[in-house]
Design a protein around this ligand. Sequence first.
Ligand code: PLP
Ligand code: SF4
Length: 331
Amino acid sequence: MSRQVPRWQRELADAIREPEQLLRELGLDLALLPAAQAAASKFPLRVPRGFVARMHRGVPDDPLLRQVLPLALELESVSGFVADPLDEQATQAAPGVLHKYHGRALLIVTNACAVHCRYCFRREFPYTEVWAGVNQWRPALNYLASDVSLREIILSGGDPLALSNRRLGALLAALESIPHLERLRIHSRLPIILPERVDNGLLKVLLGSRLRPVLVVHANHPQEIDTTVSQTLAWLATAGVTLLNQSVLLRGVNDAATTLAALSETLFTARVLPYYLHLLDPVQGAAHFAVKESVALAIMNTLRQRLPGYLVPRLVREQPGQLAKTLVESR
Ligand SMILES: *Cc1c(COP(=O)(O)O)cnc(C)c1O
Ligand code: SF4
């Protein structure tokens, strides 16, 4: 019997992967092409058409475009920017399991992403070596079952919602049978990039579980949240999923208090609260996105003056070897 391929999977398959196609689609100067092709050979371009539709045509500095367009700057080596800034390969407790913090562990369930974000700290990550594949979850599950201090399991990747509902359901069933787990957290950019991913089947999987679901989405700029995204998120919230957002502070994308204030307001309208604003992890190829800590602190100050406290994200940095994310505050 042939199953019908869900719409989101067709849209993923149809994502733009050729820099030339992206430039043409947006009416941009093809002089940008050689650099884009060179950078894409290191970390391929990938962006679904629905996200491209939210970009402004003919604007090379569009904040959404900047997140996905490969640039020659990525090929420059900058001291301090390295392949594995978080030393994640050293913190694996079992294949695919990162257990750094008390009470919660992170499970890398897939290497696939709907979009390739140029600033991603995992752009250099050798997933194939660490990824607990669909039929290889057993050692990871055994580890989670053996540590009774764990309360929360965080699905990450890649993007865990790149898994089909069937696979996700199978994984949740296995996780649910571990009695000390209480919460399920999913870190995903898919509801923002491709809101069609949030379908009835997914809602059934999330709400059918004993584990309390928390979905942490990833939006960096208010322009990412169009009406469809907003309605989709609000629908999830109404159904009972706790929704949070994390962003990365990115030069030329969202390094202005007005932009971040608008993002928080837009998220709230979609029933999402801001959670973390991450300082960029110093990954090779992303140095041009870095924002100075002094600038970040000034932005945070303005945000605190303009917004209610619950709409101000926490500015954090991830430091290898720490017991939690490090809160970045003015001294
Ligand atoms: C960020 C992260 C978490 C979650 O941290 P919270 O502060 O609970 O959001 C858990 N495990 C790892 C490995 C992480 O990087
Ligand atoms: S979706 Fe997340 S994991 Fe995937 S490339 Fe973007 S930032 Fe990285």
